[in-house]
Design a protein around this ligand. Structure first.
Ligand SMILES: [Zn+2]
Ligand SMILES: [Zn+2]
Length: 135
């Protein structure tokens, strides 16, 4: 699956996120994993930290929740590119995408400004196709 050796806790957290339709908060994850021996939020946060570092999980800052990466094999895009998320405020669905035009524009700006980016995440909030067509 991946080149990383996951601990049991990391694998459980990743599983919970992969199996979820929508993003989960750390407390949602804790709730789902209580039967697996998770007791404290710190256990979840520790596992999440590593999974985010490995690029297997993304943190959505604007809703304070986590999603499993839609394409963990696309290391190139994650290491150098821009990760964008479209987040539906009605149903909570999240779509991850990478767009080279956006990347190139931001790169030009960063080069012009001599700004060294660590990571770039774009979060678009709104209504997904399904929700916006229910009029
Ligand atoms: Zn991703
Ligand atoms: Zn929706």
């Amino acid at each position: 699956m991946t080149s990383h050796d996951l601990t049991r806790n990391q694998a459980l957290v990743l599983n919970a996120l992969s199996g979820a339709v929508n993003p989960l908060s750390a407390y949602d994850i804790l709730d789902r994993l209580r039967g697996d021996g998770f007791r404290a939020p710190l256990q979840v946060y520790r596992a999440l930290d590593k999974l985010v570092e490995y690029g297997l999980v993304h943190r959505l800052e604007s809703i304070n929740a986590f999603v499993a990466c839609a394409d963990p094999h696309d290391h190139e895009a994650h290491a150098h590119g821009v990760t964008a998320f479209a987040i539906c405020d009605s149903c909570g669905s999240v779509t991850e995408f990478h767009d080279h035009t956006i990347e190139n524009r931001l790169q030009q700006w960063q080069t012009a400004q001599h700004f060294k980016p660590e990571k770039t995440t774009i979060e678009i909030r709104g209504a997904c196709n399904k929700c916006s067509s229910v009029a």
